[in-house]
Design a protein around this ligand. Structure first.
Ligand SMILES: Nc1nc2c(ncn2[C@@H]2O[C@H](COP(=O)(O)OP(=O)(O)OP(=O)(O)O)[C@@H](O)[C@H]2O)c(=O)[nH]1
Length: 367
């Protein structure tokens, strides 16, 4: 149940956002989050004051809770611009009124007005700077009003209820800050992860893309040189893939690429870096692996791919084989590209020799 809270929260924040992306979506989420937080604050205060029997304040917070939920509903009905604009005014009125007439300046409840600053910069675009400045100015004005007049009007609370309220408002404020921070940091993490995936992953297969796997190759090569360890690289190419596309269709070709890629990930040890090198070409970077071990590993992979049963939506099984060229670091190697070039030449040899086979560099050079 608890583990599902982030999912529920995500759904609530994205209410009414089916066709929105980017800035529009993040604005809607900011408005929805603001509604949820206002509702949460009002709910906590409603329960607390109902509990101690201060019915006027409890009722006031109940109205606040209802308005917050109404805000979510209005947004869900596609009227985001109304909630976006009305909510901060109502929230400011709520905070200032509560401070002036219920809790007094000593409660420091009016510090809640600071959240309006965060709202203006997330719920409005920078082009709406006039609105941002107006809300900001109003928040500052109300803050000073509460600071100076709060002591004269309030507090409505009895002597004994004041400390209870101070603790409560502190807990509520800290809760709001924690939720907002967690939300913003969570968003940044997700955004960074998706940017990283975009930069490093191949969209179709989910494997590392060429750039990422070559960066891995540089690192593995450098580590091997520094630690006097072996390393090997291999390039695999699907046999007669054009024929597969021509016979079964491009979509079936994509299905084959995805199935082969996920089988590669399943079969190879996690230390092996696997990437999509080109259309139907894959590259493997194997740290701490000598040529013999790399060749056996690749031979096993070739056999597994050959026995795969990949079928089209009509249930026709597509026969798939791969040819692989392997090479490793040796005493003459000074750059990682040389290993890749050797593996590439071995791959050509595998194709020339009839496909569906693994060829190492010595076999190539002795051919
Ligand atoms: N479905 C699909 N096809 C692709 C993709 N990328 C490249 N291809 C196709 O892969 C085919 C590669 O063909 P070729 O280079 O002639 O190689 P081949 O037919 O596999 O022949 P050999 O490598 O000699 O066995 C081309 O028809 C490309 O259009 C892709 O992402 N999806």
């Amino acid at each position: 149940m608890l583990t599902r809270i982030p999912t529920y929260l995500e759904q609530l924040l994205s209410i009414g956002s089916e066709h929105e992306t980017g800035i529009e979506l993040s604005q809607r989420q900011a408005v929805n989050l603001a509604c949820l937080l206002c509702g949460l604050v009002c709910f906590v205060l409603f329960v607390a004051f109902a509990w101690v029997g201060v019915s006027t304040i409890a009722f006031f917070n109940f109205v606040g809770l209802t308005i917050s939920l109404l805000g979510l509903w209005v947004t869900a009905k596609g009227l985001l611009h109304i909630t976006q604009l009305v909510l901060p005014f109502l929230a400011m009125f709520f905070i200032a009124f509560s401070c002036l007439f219920f809790y007094g300046a000593d409660s420091h409840f009016h510090w809640m007005l600071a959240t309006v600053g965060a709202y203006t910069f997330t719920a409005f675009r920078s082009a709406q700077w006039m609105m941002q400045i107006s809300l900001f100015t109003l928040a500052v004005f109300l803050f000073f009003l509460c600071e100076t007049l709060g002591a004269q009007f309030g507090p409505y609370l009895l002597e004994g209820q004041q400390p209870l309220f101070s603790i409560l408002s502190f807990v509520v404020a800290i809760g709001v800050v924690a939720i907002v921070t967690n939300h913003v940091v969570g968003r940044l993490r997700t955004l960074n992860k998706s940017l990283q995936d975009l930069a490093e992953k191949d969209e179709l297969t989910g494997l590392s893309n060429r750039r990422k796997v070559l960066a891995d190759a540089v690192n593995v090569f450098a580590d091997s040189i520094i630690n006097y360890e072996p390393c090997a690289m291999a390039i695999a190419d699907l046999d007669h893939f054009k024929r597969i596309n021509d016979t079964y269709g491009h979509d079936a070709g994509d299905t084959v690429l995805k199935a082969v890629a996920s089988e590669m990930l399943r079969q190879l040890p996690s230390e092996v870096k696997v990437g999509r090198y080109g259309g139907e070409e894959f590259i493997f970077v194997m740290p701490s692996t000598n040529l013999n071990d790399a060749t056996s590993e690749m031979e096993h992979l070739r056999e597994v791919i050959e026995s795969l049963e990949i079928s089209t939506p009509n249930g026709i099984v597509i026969p798939v084989t791969i040819s692989i060229g392997v090479a490793s670091l040796d005493s003459d190697t000074s750059r990682y590209e040389e290993i890749i070039t050797q593996a590439d030449k071995a791959l050509y040899q595998a194709k020339d020799n009839g496909r569906n086979r693994v060829v190492g560099p010595s076999a190539y050079f002795h051919a």
